[in-house]
Design a protein around this ligand. Structure first.
Ligand code: ZN
Length: 169
């Protein structure tokens, strides 16, 4: 496994639409393994392939609701993911490894169900609520070249960020 460099805002690759994965081969598995390592190292909750410069429909989402699992066990690998159902609404703070230091208030569904393929091409469905639902939406947006900053109702000010970090753990 190897770490990959995370592309940041201003890199035009983040604005491009990704192509579906058609070959579930060793190259895909290497990408997934590298993305896992990169995500855990960055201490994030999700990562999309374009963030490491690959224009393919591949994302990782951490199911943070499963608190008893280790970070590596929480990771769901989603190839060619599609949102098939949503329910409710949540409004909350969102950030992105590709937009470091910036947080915004973004409305997302409270519950999201996705259909995707695993690393061997088998179809499966997964469901998430709260942060995990938010993460499914955020990562799948990346595959169509969208960043959360486009969706944000507003971006938090430096003062608000300071308050958050003081009040945080
Ligand atoms: Zn992101």
């Amino acid at each position: 496994m190897a770490m990959r460099k995370i592309r940041t805002e201003g890199d035009s690759i983040l604005l491009k639409k990704c192509r579906p994965v058609t070959d579930f081969n060793r190259r895909l598995h290497t990408l997934l393994d590298d993305m896992r390592e990169t995500l855990i190292d960055a201490d994030g909750v999700g990562l999309a392939a374009p963030q490491v410069g690959i224009l393919r429909r591949v994302v990782l989402v951490m199911d943070t609701n499963k608190e008893d699992l280790s970070p590596s066990e929480q990771i769901i690998e989603l190839i060619n993911p599609e949102i098939i159902a949503t329910d409710g609404e949540q409004e909350g703070q969102e950030g992105c490894l590709s937009v470091p230091g910036v947080y915004g208030i973004v409305k997302r569904p409270e519950r999201v169900r996705v259909r995707a393929q695993d690393r061997f091409g088998n179809y499966f469905e997964a469901e998430g609520t709260g942060l995990t639902a938010r993460c499914f939406c955020h990562e799948i947006d990346h595959l169509d070249g969208h960043l959360f900053t486009e969706r944000a109702e507003r971006i938090l000010s430096d003062e608000e960020l300071e308050e958050l970090s003081e009040g945080g753990e």
